[in-house]
Design a protein around this ligand. Structure first.
Ligand code: DQA
Length: 159
């Protein structure tokens, strides 16, 4: 395991973690989670780059850009998860392995959160474990990369 470059991508309102509904999303800031996740990745020889945006287009651009350098993506698309066909198409376009993550258990919440339009084009989903969803998602992606190898086009991402 190691030598991969992973994009940690966070969508709308996740910049408000720590302030936003802490009973649902916890009291850690996104910066604190990213910093711990980066350490976790580094210990496994993995480079983690992170990007957060509240704009759908900027997230689409980040996915396109990842095509040029990333081995895979850990993605919390926030509310866009439930209705953004643009993000789904972006994932399909780059054909990178993507793990969908959510802090909360979306299936135990409002009906509209039960549906993910990106899930069918993702490797799998980690939801409901708070900040640990990100760690579980990253670990699952690394296992996948170790077992399946990197997609052909991302040979540029090899160390
Ligand atoms: C979320 C769940 C979404 O339904 C919600 O819109 C978010 C956060 C989560 O991490 O639990 O913004 O993706």
């Amino acid at each position: 395991m190691g030598g991969y470059r992973i994009l940690l991508l966070n969508g709308p309102n996740l910049n408000m973690l720590g302030i936003r509904e802490p009973s649902i999303y916890g009291s850690d800031s996104l910066a604190a989670i990213v910093s711990e996740l980066r350490t976790y990745a580094r210990e496994r020889g993995v480079e983690l780059r992170d990007f957060q945006s509240n704009s759908e287009g900027a997230l689409v651009d980040a996915i396109h850009d990842a095509f040029n350098w990333a081995s895979g993506i850990v993605f919390n698309a926030g509310a866009y998860t439930h209705y953004s066909y643009a993000l789904r198409d972006a994932i399909s376009a780059v054909k990178l392995p993507v793990v969908e993550v959510h802090l909360s258990n979306v299936h135990a919440r409002d009906e509209f959160r039960h549906k993910s339009v990106i899930a069918p084009v993702c490797l799998g989903v980690c939801a409901g474990f708070g900040r640990w969803s990100y760690f579980a998602g990253l670990q699952a992606l690394l296992w996948h990369l170790d077992n399946k190898g990197q997609p052909e086009h991302s040979s540029k991402a090899s160390p």
